[in-house]
Every structure is written in structure tokens, then in C-alpha cells.
Design a protein around this ligand. Structure first.
Ligand code: ZN
Length: 126
């Protein structure tokens, strides 16, 4: 199997929009179930918010809610970049390296580092 490289990653996730779309598809593989309509309905992308709106009733769905991305001021594409780096670096990557690669502050890098590590299910004691 071919290795998934940073170049592939940048092609798949060129911006926040692509990341949000991926997140939506990962979270709702069979379409978005509308709580108000009580069925899977068509949802369209809202222009000004990271949300999708039900075509029938207008109920909004935020794919980031309930994930580590929900209350973060860091852009989705930066999070995805960090997750790519951490998932693909065999011998582990430090928060400092994460800071260098993604261009965020050390504080942000450290926070992402801890949250992604717990999400990936790595042994936190190491
Ligand atoms: Zn609806």
C-alpha cells in the first residue's frame, strides 16, 4: 500500500471547508438525521457558520460539536494538519515539532498535542 504523504494530505484538505466536509461525512456517513424532522434529510452548507442546515425545517447541525474541535479558536485545517502529523509520525512527534510544522503558538501546539494524543488513544503515561 502506498504511503499517505503530506502532499496527499494537502490535496485532500486544502482548506477549512474541505476539513468540515470530511468531518460531516465521517460523523454522518448515512446522511444527517434531523432531530426536528425525525428522519434523514438533505442539508445544505451555511455560509457564515461551520454548520449545515436542514432543507425542510432549517434546523442547524454543527459537525464540530462534541469533538475536540468544538471550542477551539484554532482553524480546522491546522487541527487536521496536526492530526496528520501525529498519526503519521511513527516514532512520535513532540509539541515543539508540532508548533514548528503548523506555525501556531507553543501553547496552542501543546493543547492540540495533548488532545490529539488522548483522541488517538495513545498511552498517556509515556
Ligand atoms: Zn429538519
Amino acid at each position: 500500500m502506498r504511503h499517505y504523504t503530506i502532499k496527499d494530505f494537502k490535496g485532500d484538505f486544502p482548506n477549512d471547508e474541505a476539513c468540515l466536509e470530511w468531518l460531516k461525512n465521517a460523523k454522518y456517513p448515512n446522511g444527517i438525521f434531523c432531530d426536528k424532522c425525525q428522519k434523514v434529510t438533505k442539508h445544505y452548507r451555511l455560509a457564515k457558520r461551520p454548520a449545515y442546515s436542514c432543507e425542510i425545517c432549517g434546523n442547524n447541525v454543527y459537525p464540530m460539536v462534541g469533538t475536540i474541535l468544538e471550542k477551539s479558536a484554532t482553524s480546522l485545517s491546522t487541527w487536521f494538519h496536526a492530526m496528520f502529523l501525529m498519526a503519521n509520525t511513527r516514532c512520535g512527534i513532540s509539541a515543539k515539532q508540532l508548533q514548528r510544522e503548523t506555525g501556531v503558538t507553543y501553547k496552542t501546539a501543546w493543547r492540540m498535542f495533548r488532545q490529539i494524543r488522548s483522541m488517538l488513544g495513545d498511552d498517556v503515561s509515556t
